[in-house]
Design a protein around this ligand. Structure first.
Ligand code: ADP
Ligand code: ZN
Length: 615
């Protein structure tokens, strides 16, 4: 492992391995098949790149996305590693040229699209060189149960079997339920793999949910407090992307946009503007982000609630991949539920399914939608909610989410609960939650009259309680199983034993409520907020000035080299430089993220900028 640590320092500039990395690197170096399940940003690439630089021969990395390959190869080249990619973005001339170089042993690491593996030209190359390892990145793509199934991944095993001697096979993914994990081991035919799973937690991410009356105003306020930072704003529909984009442009923000309704060219332009730091803010639908490796995204705002927790965590997880503090904020509005419901009911992906299968999928999707709605309403630790959702049980307090940091008081809501549950019972458990809330609130609508709910004994009983609060209590009743909803499209509210006990006066209901005088939508200020236990605190004013100077230098270099700024150095590395304030080469090499190769390229310029900053 000594060599591995040396390589880590020399090429990547890091002193120590992170959780899981050491085991994974060690296992690969022992020649064992290896499978790593780590959350986004945990540092999967290092796990195969370090051994690739130690082992003799070539490492092939199978990756599903062109943008991902490009980013990784650029990063490696910047670190002084000879790497290349082979995919459909190359012209045939470029492709054969690269293969020629590869045959001559020029590259230690080659990224390749799965579909290429068993082509004649690629096999001709692969059979005549020494392939020491095949890495399967985003390994969940091999499974039909995964979110991004790629049939090409099924060819990997066939390819490996054609090789004269079997290389080490390693696989990595950030998202894998148990079924998908088993699929990966089986479909990639891993042999007695060493499996390393690290937790899903991302301690440097701060989570918040807000339900502002005016989403745009609230978001604008946030953006004004976070100038010169890179962030993504996710909207549910193309139309909302366009609206938000227009308004932000009008308000003078530096924005790019991305959604499936734009032409290829427009999308590519938007994406590049954002990645290269020419535009600070990206407004996009969920079509944006797969394979985007931009590591210095400081915040991800969801302008709408996404369709489920899986999507949310994946999209929010694009913040703070460099490990520095970052914020994930979800702006909830009641309309988001309706829009998502509509998507579920009109999902064209389901058209190929038969009636029964479609019903199962739709039920599953509605259930997932409900779970994320509860996330928006819970007053408990948000991180804990997320981790539980993914099957990890930890403490119920993280100290770095809007709920842990808000003041709550335990409030008894038995009276409200009794009315809600009573209403469900007396209406014969026939209606959805909207009708129940309208009824107890005393709404005088055609629907309520049509259902005869204006004659329900609980009609108008809670007319004085605001609807938002009713929703909150009702959601709490679902969350704690005082009530349940059917999983068909009507989501009819049903009683449970626990609920009956409350009605009978045998149980009370206590929930956490935000303290009345406090505003839940308090927005934090300043760079990365520094709240994360991870960030090591905020920069002081003096450091902040230096940081801006170093950022400017980084942009200049990025322009010269035609690479995104974070490929030169990450935000985290720049912050660390501001704290260390190195004066010599030796000191500079102690900064996390400064390897020898990068030092030779840029070290002097950064040292000079720091010296000038001292004056
Ligand atoms: P993943 O592929 O798991 O999402 P990456 O491989 O992109 O994560 O790594 C995320 C970030 O963490 C990168 O900026 C990477 O350079 C950094 N990183 C990886 N390993 C370490 C380490 N041991 N120490 C410090 N930073 C690291
Ligand atoms: Zn928390």
């Amino acid at each position: 492992m000594e060599t591995a640590e040396k390589i880590l320092k020399q090429y990547f500039g890091y002193d120590t391995f992170r959780e899981g990395q050491k085991e994974l690197v060690g296992s690969i170096l022992e020649g064992k098949d290896t499978f790593g399940v780590m959350p986004t940003g945990a540092g999967k690439s290092i796990c195969f790149q370090v051994p690739a630089l130690i082992m003799e021969g070539i490492t092939l990395v199978v990756s599903p996305l062109i943008s991902l390959m490009k980013d990784q190869v650029e990063g490696l080249n910047q670190a002084g590693v000879h790497a290349a990619f082979l995919n459909s973005s190359l012209t045939s001339g470029q492709y054969f040229k690269a293969l020629e170089y590869a045959k001559n042993g020029r590259y230690q690491i080659i990224y390749v699209a799965p579909e290429r593996l068993v082509t004649e030209s690629f096999l001709d190359f692969a059979l005549n060189v020494q392939i020491s390892m095949v890495v399967v990145d985003e390994a969940h793509c091999v499974s039909q149960w995964g979110q991004d199934f790629r049939p090409g991944y099924l060819k990997i095993v066939e390819f490996i079997s054609k090789l004269p001697s079997r290389p080490v096979v390693s696989a990595f993914t950030a998202t894998a339920t148990k079924e998908v994990r088993e699929d990966i081991v089986y479909l990639l035919a891993l042999q007695n793999p060493v499996i390393v799973t690290t937790g899903f937690d991302r301690p440097n991410l701060y989570f918040a949910v807000q339900s502002p009356k005016d989403k745009y105003a609230s978001m604008k306020n946030y953006l004004e407090l976070h100038p010169a930072q890179s962030g993504i704003i996710y909207c549910l529909t193309r139309k909302t992307v366009e609206e938000v984009f227009e308004r932000l442009c009008g308000d003078g923000f530096s924005v790019a946009k991305y959604h499936a309704g734009l032409s290829d060219r427009e999308r590519r332009t938007g994406q590049e503007e954002f990645i290269y730091g020419r535009k600070e803010i990206m407004v996009a639908t969920n079509a944006f982000g797969m394979g985007i490796d931009k590591s210095d995204v400081r915040y991800v705002i969801h302008y709408n609630m996404p369709k489920n927790m899986e999507s949310y965590y994946q999209e929010a997880g694009r913040a703070g991949r460099d490990g520095d503090a970052a914020e994930c904020i979800l702006l909830y509005g009641g309309q988001d539920v309706v829009t998502n419901q509509f998507f579920i009911d009109h999902n064209q992906d389901n058209e190929a399914l038969d009636e029964a299968a479609r019903e199962v999928v739709m039920e599953r999707d509605r259930e997932r939608l409900r779970k994320i709605t509860y996330y928006c309403f819970t007053n408990e630790c948000l991180r804990d909610y997320i981790l539980r959702y993914f099957g990890e049980y930890k403490e119920n307090y993280c100290g770095n989410c809007s709920n842990c940091l808000s003041k709550f008081e335990k409030t008894e809501v038995t009276d409200i609960a009794k009315v809600l549950i009573g209403c469900v019972k007396t209406c014969g458990q026939r209606y959805g939650s909207g009708v129940i809330i309208d009824a107890v609130h005393g709404a005088n609508t055609a629907k309520i009259r049509g259902y005869g709910m204006n004659h329900n004994p609980y009609y108008g009983e809670l007319a004085k309680v605001p609807v938002f609060k009713l929703r909150q209590v009702l959601n709490y009743l679902f969350l704690s199983e005082y009530l349940k909803a059917t999983s068909d499209e009507y989501a009819i509210v049903k009683l449970t034993e626990k609920g009956n006990a409350v009605l009978a006066g045998d149980d009370i209901v206590v929930m956490k409520m935000p303290k009345e005088e406090e505003h839940p939508a308090k927005v934090s200020k300043s760079k990365g907020s520094g709240k994360g236990a991870f960030s090591g605190g905020e920069l002081t004013g003096r450091e902040e000035t230096l940081f801006e100077g170093l950022r400017a230098l980084r942009s200049e270099i990025a322009r010269e080299e035609k690479v995104p700024p974070y490929i030169v150095f990450s935000d985290k590395t720049l912050s660390h430089m501001c704290v260390v304030r190195p004066r010599t080469e030796e000191e500079m090499l102690t900064v996390s993220g400064v390897g020898e190769f990068k030092y030779r390229k840029y070290g002097e310029r950064f040292l000079e900028a720091i010296r000038n900053g001292e004056k």
